[in-house]
Design a protein around this ligand. Structure first.
Ligand SMILES: [Zn+2]
Length: 118
């Protein structure tokens, strides 16, 4: 299951991030992520899946906030560049398929809200 491996990866990343903090983190209260429009991830599935994975970790009960990231693309042939609104395979300007996408896949960790120990 796609979401399961993503959740595990996200959880690992969050746990790794909080261990690197100078102030000890007691609990993660919110996790803000950017979701690529091509990631084929169902946000509600991801959220409930993450809830399961986060059990018995400092992430238990954390709110998972997902935002859609904006993708841009640049044609390597003619240099045409724009925001991507839907998946496309050919440059609308010159028809080349040599298009470079900036972002759009997977899940990116944007911000964490945590409770620290007194
Ligand atoms: Zn082009």
């Amino acid at each position: 299951m796609h979401e399961a491996s993503l959740c595990q990866g996200l959880l690992d990343l969050v746990l790794e991030t909080i261990t690197q903090q100078t102030t000890p983190v007691k609990k993660v209260t919110e996790i803000v992520c950017e979701l690529g429009p091509f990631s084929c991830i169902e946000p509600t599935t991801l959220a409930s899946c993450f809830e399961l994975f986060a059990e018995n970790t400092p992430c238990e009960g954390a709110k998972l906030t997902l935002t859609r990231s904006i993708v841009t693309y640049t044609c390597q042939e003619c240099g045409y560049s724009a925001d991507l609104r839907k998946r496309l395979f050919h440059c609308p300007n010159c028809g080349s398929d040599n298009i470079h996408f900036n972002g759009g896949h997977g899940l990116m960790l944007n911000a964490l809200r945590v409770d620290t120990e007194e």
